[in-house]
Design a protein around this ligand. Structure first.
Ligand code: NZQ
Ligand code: ZN
Length: 386
């Protein structure tokens, strides 16, 4: 088994009717009674989450920053940074999905940063977030795992860029996970959530055989559970059993557990982020587009694990790697997710070469679990995905 360093300081408070414990959790972090809540385009006002959260914050002076968009925008978030500095905010509560939580991670880190925060996202030499204001989350969309990890993905559409950040200071101190929020999610977001959680698991599993037998079985458990509950949660999002399993799978898929002691890939995400930046395709959908073709192009690298995945997760017979890829694609399609770029846009002709050039500019000349996926292969994967 590979050596590993496993750290996760986020307290998870899971279940129904728990928001009355939010102020108790904040008071463990700060005695200051002034806080900022961040949220998106208003879904929390329609489904009652906003009212419950505000009720739980009685006795606090609450500032609000709304309008964090899906694929959170750098320029929007910088307005929140100004507000945090002006009002001397010492705690932030993010109420929303991955975009609001990711945006909040950027806000809390950029508020403590002296230089130009964009340099951190482009990983300019020597530019790093090293401090952050503490924050907690109330999750409204199970998908990204952002509620229990320290990563964030920030977009800057004027530059058609989508960049990642992270570090030990951007773990939430607590996260409230109430699966009843799933009942108000549009079908599109539930399908996205299932797909994103599925792909987070595959990125840390479909590599090469490891000696960490437990981690492999945990990954297969998450994949099998998602396949089992997907039809029910799509049909009836108010089914608590299905919704709570989706929520816990999504958190477990990206809270650091799966990566302990194994190889991981992430190249589907790296290519997928470019498709969002160029064409504004939902994050999860970019993964469903890229993954099957990436597995074809890197088949030799991944064939043992594809075979194991096909047998253990899909119940196929020996030598089933190619069939396992097709099963994966049809699983996404069964959720209503289209798996070709041309299903989303007609302006794709330049995309493969643009993505190749961007990978070259960033010196991403060997990504994936073996560090051997080249910019030309990324281009080929995108061509196959059209
Ligand atoms: O903005 P509001 O009005 O809240 O509406 C949102 C948004 O339109 C809506 N929504 C959320 N909860 C709802 C709801 N609508 C009804 N009822 C509810 N309970 O759903 C829409 C999408 O929300 P968003 O937060 O964008 O979705 P998701 O959670 O899928 O997050 C996607 C973002 O996370 C990043 C992605 O790149 C993308 O920017 N990721 C973050 C990761 C991380 N931090 O670890 C890893 C992922 O791989 C991913 O890259
Ligand atoms: Zn993802």
């Amino acid at each position: 088994m590979n050596n590993f360093d496993y750290y996760n300081p986020t307290r998870v408070i899971f279940g129904k009717d728990s928001y009355n414990r939010i102020s108790e959790q904040i008071s463990e972090v700060t005695k200051d009674k002034k806080i900022l809540i961040t949220y998106g385009g208003g879904s929390i006002k329609k489904n009652g989450v906003y009212d419950s959260v505000i009720k739980s914050l009685a006795g606090y002076e609450v500032f609000e920053f709304s309008g964090i968009e899906p694929n959170p925008e750098y320029n929007t978030l910088m307005k929140a940074v100004d507000m945090v500095k002006k009002e001397n905010i010492t705690f932030v509560l993010a109420v929303g999905g991955g975009s609001v939580i990711d945006g909040t991670k950027f806000i809390v880190a950029a508020s403590k940063y002296e230089g130009n925060p964009w340099d951190v996202l482009t990983q300019k030499e020597g530019c790093k977030f090293t401090e952050a204001i503490p924050f907690g989350t109330v999750l409204t969309l199970p998908a990204t795992g952002s509620e229990m990890n320290s990563g964030a993905v920030i977009s800057r559409s004027e530059l058609k860029e989508k960049r990642t950040m992270g570090g030990p200071m951007t773990f939430p101190t607590f996260s409230f996970l109430d699966p009843t929020v799933v009942s108000t999610l549009p079908e599109r977001q539930i399908a996205n959530g299932i797909t994103d959680a599925f792909m987070h698991t595959l990125e840390q599993y479909l590599t090469y055989p490891s000696d960490n037998l437990l981690q492999e079985r945990i990954a297969e458990g998450i994949l099998s559970t998602l396949i089992e509950i997907a039809p029910e949660v799509m049909r009836d999002p108010s089914n608590y059993k299905a919704a709570s399993n989706l929520m816990w799978c999504a958190t477990m898929a990206l809270n650091g557990t799966l990566r302990a002691g194994v190889a991981y890939d992430w190249s589907t995400h790296m290519i997928g982020h470019e498709l969002t930046a160029l064409h504004d395709i939902d994050h999860a959908r970019t993964l469903a587009i890229v993954a099957p073709n990436l597995y074809k192009v890197k088949f030799e690298n991944k064939k043992e694990k594809l075979n194991q995945y096909g047998q253990r997760v899909w119940g196929l017979q020996e030598n089933c790697g190619e069939q396992a890829i097709e099963k994966t694609r049809s699983f996404f399609e069964s959720l209503g997710i289209k798996t070709k770029i041309s299903d989303y846009t007609s302006e794709f002709s330049e995309s493969p070469s643009i993505i190749k050039d961007r990978f070259e500019e960033r010196n991403w000349d060997g990504i994936g679990e073996r560090g051997d996926l080249t910019p030309s292969e990324a281009q080929k994967i995108v061509e196959l995905s059209i």
